[in-house]
Write a protein that binds this ligand. Structure first.
Ligand code: SAH
Length: 428
C-alpha cells in the first residue's frame, strides 16, 4: 500500500457511469487489530470501504460502521485521519465506537483539528447569525453537522447559552468548547442540557447542570411583541423551541376571534395569538409548562389566555363532541415517531388531531399545523393533511409552507435533517 501523502488526495470523481466498474483496487478486509493504525500526523487512521468513499464524494457528513474497513480499535471520541482503501487522505472526523454512525466529518482538508480549529468553526457559525438575524439575541448559534460542528448544539438566549454535547467527540472536548464559548461570546451562564435520549446511542449518560457562571430561575427573551420566559435548566429541550420562533411571530397574523393552541409548552404560539385574538385557549399536558405559560401571559398583561392542563387528543375530541367552534387553531405536537417503524402510527396521530381541528374551525378559519417528526417529510405531511381534509369534508387552502428559522441551516448533502414542517392552512 503506498504511503499516504499529507495534503494529497485523489481528485473527486463526479461518479462513475453505471455499468462501468470504478477503478479501484480490490479491498482486503483489515485484520482485527488490538492497536490502532497511526497516520503521518500521529492521529489514529481509519480506512473506508468503497461505499464509504462514495458517501464522502457526495459530501454526506457521516460514515456508517459497515462502510469502515475493519474495526479501528479505538475507544471513541478521537479525531481520526480517514483514508481510502489505497491510503489516500479523505478528511478528519470524530470517531464514535457505539453508534452505527462511526464517523462524523470535521474537515476535508489536511488541517490540524486543534483549539483554533474549533474557534474558527464557532466564529463561522456566529457570522451567519449576525448577518441573517441582525440585532437578534436569541437563536440557535450552533446547529451541529449543519454548522460543520457535529454533535454540538448551542442555543443562545440573550446572554445565556444552553448547550448539548451529543457525541463522544464533543463530550470529551466539553471543557475546551466551554472555554471557547466564554472567550467568543462572553455569556453570563452556560447550561449543559445533555439530558437527551440520543446520547444513549453513543454510550453516553444523561447530564445536565450549569457549566459556567450562575443561573437563577428562568431567562427572558423577546419574540415579536411578546416577552417569553423559559427555564434553561429544567425546561424542555434547551429551555425552549427556538426552531419555531419565526413561526410564533407569524402566527399573530392569522389570529382571529376565538383561538386554540394545542401542545402549548410555555406559550410560544398562544401568547402571539393572544395579541390579536379575542380569547385563546392553550392546551398543555405538563403542569410545569402550563404554570410557566400562565406566568408568561400575566407578565405580558395578556388577560385573554385560558390555560387548560389536559391531553390535547382528549380536548380536541371533547370539543368536537360539544360542538365548540374556533377561528384560529395551532397544532404543534411533540415528535410522534422517534423511529422509522413508528411512522404509520405517527401519521394516524397527526391525522386525528388535524381532522378534529378542521372540524372545529369556522369557515374561513386558519389552521397552523406543525410537525417536528424527522421521519415524516413535507410530502407525507401534506398527504396526511389532504386526507384529513377529505374526511372532515372541508375544503382547505395551503397559504404557507414553512420550516425552521434561518438559525437552523440545512446542509445540501443532508437535506433529510429538514425536520420541521409548519403549514398555514385556511379551512373554507
Ligand atoms: N408549541 C410549543 C412547543 C411544543 S412542544 C412552542 O412553540 O413553543 C410539545 C409540547 O406538547 C410540550 O410542551 C409537551 O409537554 C406537550 N405535550 C405532549 N403531549 C401532549 C398531549 N398529549 N397533550 C397536550 N400536550 C402535550
Amino acid at each position: 500500500m503506498p504511503k499516504p501523502t499529507p495534503g494529497n488526495r485523489p481528485p473527486r470523481r463526479p461518479g462513475a457511469p453505471s455499468g462501468r466498474k470504478p477503478f479501484h483496487r480490490p479491498e482486503v478486509p483489515a485484520p482485527d487489530r488490538k492497536t490502532p493504525d497511526l497516520g503521518p500526523d500521529g492521529l489514529p487512521q481509519v480506512s473506508l470501504l468503497r461505499r464509504g468513499v462514495e458517501r464522502w464524494q457526495g459530501g454526506h457528513p457521516w460514515i456508517y460502521r459497515a462502510d469502515l474497513n475493519g474495526d479501528p480499535a479505538l475507544e471513541g471520541g478521537e479525531v481520526v485521519r480517514v483514508v481510502d482503501g489505497r491510503g489516500w487522505f479523505l478528511g478528519k472526523a470524530f470517531y464514535s465506537k457505539h453508534s452505527k454512525i462511526s464517523l462524523r466529518w470535521l474537515t476535508f482538508e489536511d488541517e490540524a483539528v486543534d483549539t483554533d480549529f474549533f474557534r474558527r468553526r464557532l466564529a463561522m457559525a456566529d457570522e451567519m447569525r449576525r448577518r441573517a438575524l441582525p440585532g437578534e439575541r436569541t437563536y440557535r448559534l450552533v446547529h451541529g453537522e449543519a454548522d460543520l460542528l457535529p454533535g454540538l448544539v448551542v442555543d443562545r438566549y440573550g446572554d445565556c447559552l444552553s448547550v448539548q454535547f451529543l457525541v463522544p467527540g464533543t463530550e470529551q472536548r466539553k471543557q475546551l468548547l466551554v472555554e471557547l464559548l466564554v472567550e467568543l461570546f462572553k455569556p453570563r451562564a452556560i447550561v449543559n442540557r445533555s439530558d437527551v435520549g440520543v446520547r444513549a446511542l453513543e454510550g453516553l449518560p444523561q447530564e445536565k447542570g450549569v457549566l459556567y457562571g450562575t443561573l437563577a430561575g428562568p431567562v427572558a427573551y423577546d419574540e415579536g411583541l411578546v416577552r417569553v420566559r423559559a427555564d434553561l435548566l429544567e425546561g424542555q429541550k434547551t429551555g425552549a423551541f427556538l426552531d419555531q420562533r419565526d413561526n410564533h411571530v407569524m402566527a399573530a397574523q392569522y389570529a382571529l376571534g376565538e383561538a386554540l393552541d394545542c401542545f402549548s409548552y410555555v406559550g410560544g404560539f398562544a401568547l402571539q395569538l393572544a395579541t390579536r385574538a379575542e380569547r385563546v385557549t392553550a392546551v398543555e399536558i405538563s403542569e410545569e409548562a402550563a404554570a410557566q405559560l400562565r406566568e408568561n401571559a400575566a407578565a405580558n398583561k395578556l388577560t385573554n389566555v385560558e390555560v387548560v392542563t389536559a391531553n390535547a387528543f382528549d380536548f380536541l375530541r371533547d370539543a368536537v363532541d360539544e360542538g365548540r367552534r374556533f377561528d384560529s387553531i395551532v397544532l404543534d405536537p411533540p415528535s410522534f415517531a422517534k423511529k422509522k417503524e413508528a411512522v404509520e402510527g405517527a401519521l394516524r396521530g397527526y391525522k386525528e388531531i388535524n381532522l378534529r381541528a378542521m372540524q372545529l374551525l369556522r369557515p374561513g378559519g386558519y389552521l397552523i399545523s406543525a410537525s417536528c417528526t424527522y421521519h415524516i417529510n413535507e410530502q407525507m405531511f401534506e398527504d396526511m393533511l389532504a386526507s384529513a381534509a377529505a374526511d372532515a369534508k372541508r375544503r382547505v387552502q395551503i397559504i404557507e409552507k414553512r420550516g425552521a428559522g434561518k438559525d437552523h441551516p440545512v446542509l445540501l448533502s443532508l437535506r433529510e435533517t429538514r425536520y420541521l414542517k409548519c403549514f398555514v392552512l385556511r379551512v373554507l
